[in-house]
Design a protein around this ligand. Structure first.
Ligand SMILES: [Zn+2]
Length: 276
């Protein structure tokens, strides 16, 4: 299996690429995009939550503790005194980091039910529920966060599966086939429990309409396709066809100006255009 550092690195790259698309599609506000991207990164380490006393597991429960303690803090900020807020904040943090961490490891088996597509569906639904009810975000944002987490989660499972045929160890490891699976046959009760939890979570998730309509809109994909490559020059400097466009030497076809270089500011066409 891939280690924590690899999972974080790949998860961050995948989430970053998705975040870029989301930003270009201009569907949600930037402050929501950060939270949604973090959900993707969380998803990329979540399947290893059942590694007992491992770094990812500790880090994850710490992360969840910080996340929920601040969520609690913000939702009660106007209702309680500072002293009460301190107690609430610290209490939530300790509950997640130590209480839930300990309780969880009495129940879970590594590479068990958490390394499954079923757990990915459950976690995505739970993310949408948390974003909608706890954080009070729009249903479209909530489902986008769920989708990011799901893709991060699946990325982790695929990566683990790829690493189990790692040539470094010159053999196909015994773990082959255990990372990417629909559910866990070895532990029928754990699988049934996860199935029940998934059904329960999906029954209270926010409406999916905004998300599915947005995702299937033709404008979205046409817009993304249009924005995929630069219209003229890469970063406004590099010519699409002939590499670096030297300022001055090949200035003859100056009918197209990007406006990024102040040298030609005198004939900037933007100024008269804005003032009718
Ligand atoms: Zn794993």
């Amino acid at each position: 299996m891939a280690n924590f550092t690899t999972h974080i690195a790949v998860g961050t790259v995948v989430s970053g690429a998705l975040a870029t698309l989301t930003l270009a599609a201009d569907v949600i506000a930037p402050e929501n995009l950060i939270a949604v991207t973090m959900a993707g990164v969380l998803g990329s380490v979540l399947p290893d939550i059942d590694l007992k006393d491992s770094r990812p597991s500790k880090a994850m429960f710490s992360g969840l503790g910080i996340f929920f303690s601040f969520a609690v803090l913000f939702s009660f900020a106007t209702k309680f005194s500072i002293a009460e807020l301190w107690i609430l904040w610290l209490g939530t943090l300790v509950l997640f980091r130590y209480g839930l961490h300990t309780a969880f490891h009495h129940l879970a088996i590594h590479r068990g039910i958490w390394h499954s597509i079923l757990a990915a569906v459950f976690s995505a639904g739970a993310t949408a529920v948390v974003f909608y009810y706890v954080l009070g975000r729009h249903e479209g944002v909530a489902w986008l966060a769920g989708a990011f987490l799901f893709l991060g989660f699946i990325t982790h499972l695929i990566l683990d599966e790829l690493y189990s045929v790692d040539v470094m160890d010159t053999r196909v490891k015994a773990s082959f086939g255990t990372a990417l699976k629909l559910f866990d046959r070895r532990y029928p009760y754990a699988s049934l429990g996860m199935l029940a939890a998934t059904v329960a979570v999906l029954s209270i998730t926010p409406p999916t309409k905004t998300f599915t309509v947005g995702l299937s809109s033709r404008n979205l994909w046409a817009g993304l396709n249009e924005r995929l490559l630069p219209q003229d020059k890469w970063f406004g400097i590099l010519d699409r066809n002939s590499g670096l466009a030297k300022v001055g030497t090949t200035a003859a076809p100056s009918s197209v100006t990007t406006g990024s270089i102040p040298e030609n500011g005198s004939k900037a066409p933007a100024a008269p255009a804005t003032a009718p």
